[in-house]
Design a protein around this ligand. Structure first.
Ligand code: SAM
Length: 284
């Protein structure tokens, strides 16, 4: 790959998504963009970059979309979901007992499994939530991921990754091509295409934000900015879930760790007593 082509494509990715690509990631760039080369019948990666340079907005969006790492799974790393069910939901039912509304944002939701795992957890705690309104919003930069998330149709491979058999049988219907999520869970989540480099304030305020395995790809300044936006959009007693490999040390002072290993954080405005009530249960 010509160094000039790499520089241009890497700059485009960074400006549009925050993704940082060092020179040794040239192979990744080429691999991920090859489907775009083929789809548009370019003869080479160089031809694709030449077309991107003309400023073709649709082509640039497809290239950024194709470059995103979208790996995800139902109940990924499962322990944060145990914490959400056993600690956060009971806290919320107490703290929001007047309003009977709580809001969850899945930022960088990919193809939806994370948001639907939150929805199934809430649905399973339905007794606590009778008469409540739970709003779960999933956003992602990638229009193809958001389309798949809204479709809520998953392959056998997808449902075998992390989804307990009980949840599969209770929440999905089998068809020839895979598994369709049933409407009771599906209707609990709204998805939209959203770039986290822009402000998230228009999405409203949230009680819980999951932004897991997204920041790991961003450059430092993009991480700092995003965490600042997240802290402004979280309720004073809100909880943030990050990926387990995304420590906040040196990136943001706006959060206090509840459990670093599980990527669970509380906003700094929270007082110590409430913070201790978020402690991870000893037995999972
Ligand atoms: C590895 S997936 C993580 C999915 C899910 N949160 C999980 O942990 O399983 C990362 C997702 O972040 C999205 N993403 C990356 N940069 C983004 C940005 N600037 N704005 C919105 N979404 C972004 C990608 O499109 C991708 O779907």
């Amino acid at each position: 790959m010509a160094p000039d082509d790499f520089e241009y494509a890497a700059r485009l990715m960074k400006e549009r998504s925050g993704l940082v690509l060092t020179r040794d990631k040239g192979y990744l760039l080429e691999n991920r963009l090859m489907p775009v080369v083929r789809q548009h019948k370019f003869k080479s990666f160089h031809e694709l970059v030449a077309a991107l340079r003309t400023g073709d907005a649709a082509l640039q969006s497809s290239a950024v979309d194709a470059m995103m790492a979208k790996d995800t799974a139902f109940f990924r790393d499962w322990k944060p979901f145990v914490h959400f069910a056993k600690v956060v939901l009971p806290n919320i039912t107490h703290a929001r007992r007047e309003k009977k509304l709580f809001r969850v944002l899945c930022a960088g939701v990919s193809t939806g499994q994370e948001a639907y795992s939150v929805a199934m957890t809430i649905r399973d705690a339905a007794q606590q939530f009778s008469g409540w309104r739970a709003e779960i919003i999933g956003v992602d930069l990638s229009p193809t991921a958001i389309a798949a998330a809204s479709n809520a149709h998953y392959t056998q491979f997808d449902v075998q990754r992390g989804l307990p058999i009980k949840s599969l049988l209770r929440s999905f219907t089998k068809d020839d091509a895979g598994w369709q999520l049933n409407s009771d869970v599906r209707d609990m989540v709204k998805f939209q295409t959203w770039n986290l480099l822009t402000d998230i304030y228009p999405l409203g305020r949230f009680d819980v934000i999951l932004c897991r395995n997204v920041m790991v790809y961003l450059d430092l300044q993009a991480k700092i900015d995003l965490l600042q936006k997240i802290s402004r959009s979280l309720a004073d007693d809100g909880v943030l879930y990050l990926g387990t490999q995304e420590p906040l040390t040196g990136v943001s002072a706006a959060f206090r760790p509840v459990n670093r290993d599980l990527g669970i954080y509380a906003v700094h405005r929270l007082d110590k007593v409430v913070l201790s009530s978020l402690a991870v249960p000893q037995k999972h």
